[in-house]
Write a protein that binds this ligand. Sequence first.
Ligand code: BES
Ligand code: MN
Ligand code: ZN
Length: 498
Amino acid sequence: MSVAPKLGFGPFTTPARGVLVVFCDAELKFGAATRKALAASGDLVKRAAAADRFTGKQGAVLDIVAPAGLSVTRLMVVGLGKVAELKPQSYLKLGGIVAGKIPSAATETTVIAETSAGAMKNELVAELALGARLRLYAFDRYKTKRKDGDERPANAKLTIAVGDLEGARRAFVPRNGIADGVIIARDLVNEPANILYPEEFARRTLALKKVGVSVEVLDERAMKKLGMNSLLAVGQGSEHESKTVIMRWNGGKRGDKPVAFIGKGVCFDTGGISIKPAAGMEDMKGDMGGAACVVGLMHALASRKAKCNVIGAIGIVENMPDGKAYRPGDILTSMSGQTIEVINTDAEGRLVLADVLWYVATRDKPKFMVNLATLTGAIIVALGQEHAGLFSNNDQLAERLTKVGEATGEKVWRMPLSPDYDKMIDSKFADMKNTGGRYGGAITAAQFLQRFVDKTPWAHLDIAGTAMSSPASDINKSWGSGYGVRLLDRLVADFYER
Ligand code: BES
Ligand code: MN
Ligand code: ZN
């Protein structure tokens, strides 16, 4: 178990203790406050840089232990490259890099948030701090033993020294809510399925009430009454009751149409009767990454009091093989009235989403719906783990998502939808079947979902490659990435707030 250092802000100082982190540009130049803090060290940095071939490249770190002339225990010089070329996202990454370099023994770490051009702007300081918080997250609640030397002092502090203390603090408030949202999503994805089954997942969403989100939980009886037979079929082989959770944040004008986010919440996906192979099946505890993102997003939006009316809706089930489980060949009547022939019980996510999408589209008539789902292995084959697959019936929404994807680094790549694919999911017996065969698996899954969105502007994000088992990045070391929270928070902030 490690405790992340407590993050805070302070004024520009010349620290006497602990670890000092400073930034330099591609000419190894510092700002004034940094020069002052380093004054007693003479040409130390210059010599160390030459010895280590450190050139101030963006993200490179020159680590000097027991720096001569200074009373700090360690001096880390972080390269910014050319300062004029830095983007807000660069600061986010730099925050992650800095946090990742803090030695576990450090009690006090001071980061001087200054470039050679002067104090970093408050918004950029806030990005830096957000990156640091996200990087410091670790899911270790089930580790009872620690490795030697891995233990942080319980009172460890990370202080970001800034030019404008009040301004930096103010700029960080919304980012802190966003960080909390990302961490909520990561925790949910990392949690194993013996702990996080549907009832427990639904229970955890109730914490959103504290930030002013209303939460409504539909149990199986309520869903049966609504005719959500497609979702219910997936959960019927599980000992755990299925749930749908509807969350509402009303930060917009009264009567303004809401925007809606919908998530796939399969707490564990064995594949059901069409059971998955054993190898890697443990990863299917993360098959609720879409739902986790929606919960984290609702938290982020509410805690920063987003001026928008927002609905979050998640279908939470467990897909198990059992005497009561649904089977290949079964025909389900979805809430929309459309019938579905089950070909493969492992194509369960679309069955869950079909009813939740229809429920939200017809009941709330949202401005748009974005759903997130760890839907197909095929999207990982197509795009790897760097982009989520984006499918949309609306070019404006797709363009906006692409834009905020670039801005946040939670990237999306648009994939095609076309009626030409529809024949692949035609069924001999029902209106459609739930799989389209080996080719274009991510596309036929999206074509399927599209049949349940009515006329609503809609986008589907297939996050099977980005939500879990994520390659380590500057701002995330955890298995669950929390993908989508920052992306969609930004979508709302940039385009849908009054
Ligand atoms: N949850 C899986 C998709 C998945 C795979 C997510 C790997 C994350 C990592 C989904 O329910 C599934 O099993 N999809 C099948 C669909 C097929 C049966 C048509 C797939 O992708 O193989
Ligand atoms: Mn499956
Ligand atoms: Zn699944």
